[in-house]
Design a protein around this ligand. Structure first.
Ligand SMILES: Cc1cc2nc3c(=O)[nH]c(=O)nc-3n(C[C@H](O)[C@H](O)[C@H](O)COP(=O)(O)OP(=O)(O)OC[C@H]3O[C@@H](n4cnc5c(N)ncnc54)[C@H](O)[C@@H]3O)c2cc1C
Length: 381
């Protein structure tokens, strides 16, 4: 059977949408399949760093709920606010729909409410079954998130490092909305090996809690989130609309992200920052790299995507090894880490460099240590 599509992209989150966008711009026949009706809700803080602005080649302002200029960090009642450069808060239904719409405008065909139920790979491509049809593609991009089916169908290994998070969308009194306007709030005293957050949206607050999974670490996230909401003074009088949870697959270990006729991007690949749990940028960036490598494979009629795996490992995972090392120190002693971060301008500068990129974790950790030593000698931190 000849392939009717060059590439079928499974999943229209940021990873899949941006891969489809790049592939369509490269002139390939691309079908973007999404399980849910678009726009669809996704449990996510929706925090975007400047890395997202720098990687996208179009404006996402129509999806922005709030522009962020401050970060508030806390350990329970102890809290500090610092200027944060610039960041944005989005709701994922709008943001992801905007990306999918840009992919469609670039020439990808977008079909929503089309869950892919089965994929069978062979030497010439794949046969893809959705709830209403069977399709042929020469290549498949797995952008179907942490529980995706493409990874399994392509015989690629399971995620090894995970975090888990639960988020509530909350109606809040105007005093609370005012308190958090333009501010991301992170509280490292809420849960061991994790943090709680309050991210402001246009007319409500996204309030969440999450932790890095590990041996002996198991929490009832619903109970922990209820407790957090109960003790957080700024949430007095706030009302939960609904809460949803999700697993978060962390990067930082070298792995394989391609098979003969498939590549994984975003959460399907497991390339979330293992220190902050930022995943949107890495989904977009891996989608972009996948589009480049797949377009080149079509150009050369040579479907060895090992260059894609190599680029994900060198451009993303090698630095994430430092992020993971930082996680082991920071979250092991969060109270001390909070005090250092709250008091030290050097550490705050380093955190900002890290969030904004292109500075690497490796470089930022080295710079932070140098600054601490230098200022320690002069008595300032
Ligand atoms: C509670 C929480 C808070 C977070 N907060 C932040 C944050 O503030 N900032 C940040 O950068 N990251 C955050 N993250 C991480 C971020 O949400 C993810 O890393 C990001 O969504 C990954 O994008 P993606 O496109 O790879 O996958 P997803 O966004 O998960 O998209 C996958 C898509 O595939 C579709 N799909 C799945 N199966 C199928 C199928 N069989 N057929 C067709 N379609 C299918 C799904 O419906 C979905 O639309 C958070 C995560 C959680 C859980």
């Amino acid at each position: 059977m000849t392939a009717e599509w060059d590439v079928v992209v499974v999943g229209a989150g940021p990873g899949g949408a941006y891969a489809a966008y790049g592939l369509a711009k490269a002139g390939l026949r691309v079908l973007l399949l999404e399980k849910e009706k678009i726009p669809r809700y996704k449990p996510c803080g929706g925090g975007l760093t400047t890395k997202v602005r720098d990687v996208l080649d179009f404006d996402f302002a129509p999806a922005v709920e709030q522009t962020i200029s401050q970060v508030s960090i806390a350990y329970g009642a102890e809290r500090t606010r610092t200027p944060a450069g610039i960041a944005w808060a989005v709701m994922r239904d709008k943001f992801d729909a905007l990306l999918a719409e840009r992919a469609a405008r670039a020439g990808a065909e977008l079909r929503d409410a089309q869950p892919v139920s089965q994929i069978a790979f062979d030497a010439r491509g794949a046969t893809i079954t959705t709830k209403s049809e069977t399709l042929r593609a020469a290549f498949v991009v797995g952008a179907d998130g942490v529980n995706g089916i493409v990874r399994r169908a392509a015989g690629l290994p399971p995620h090894r490092r995970l975090a888990v998070a639960l988020e509530a969308e909350m109606e809040a009194p105007s005093t609370a909305l005012d308190e958090w306007r333009g501010t991301f709030h992170l509280d490292f005293g809420v849960i061991p090996w994790g943090y709680g957050w309050i991210f402001p949206k246009a007319e409500h607050l996204s309030v969440g809690i999450g932790y890095f999974m590990g041996r002996g670490r198991q929490h009832d996230l619903r109970a922990e989130l209820a407790r957090y909401i109960g003790v957080e003074p700024s949430l007095r009088g706030a009302k939960e609309r609904f809460a949803r949870g999700h697993r978060v697959p962390l990067g930082g270990q070298f792995a394989r992200y391609h098979a003969p006729r498939a590549a994984l991007v975003g959460d399907a690949a497991g390339v979330v920052d293992p220190f902050t749990a930022e995943g949107i940028y890495y989904a977009i960036r891996s989608g972009q790299i996948a589009a480049e490598e797949i377009a080149s494979a079509f150009d050369h009629d040579e479907f060895d995507l090992s260059a894609y795996t190599r680029r994900i490992n060198t451009e993303i995972n090698s630095d994430f090894r430092y992020a993971w090392a930082l996680t082991q120190v920071f979250y092991r002693m969060p109270h001390l880490a909070y005090h250092i971060a709250a008091r030290s301008v050097s550490v705050q500068d380093a955190a900002m460099e890290m969030a904004e990129g292109p500075s690497s974790y490796r470089q930022t950790i080295l710079n932070g240590m140098k600054r601490l030593l230098k200022r320690g000698n002069t008595g300032r931190v």
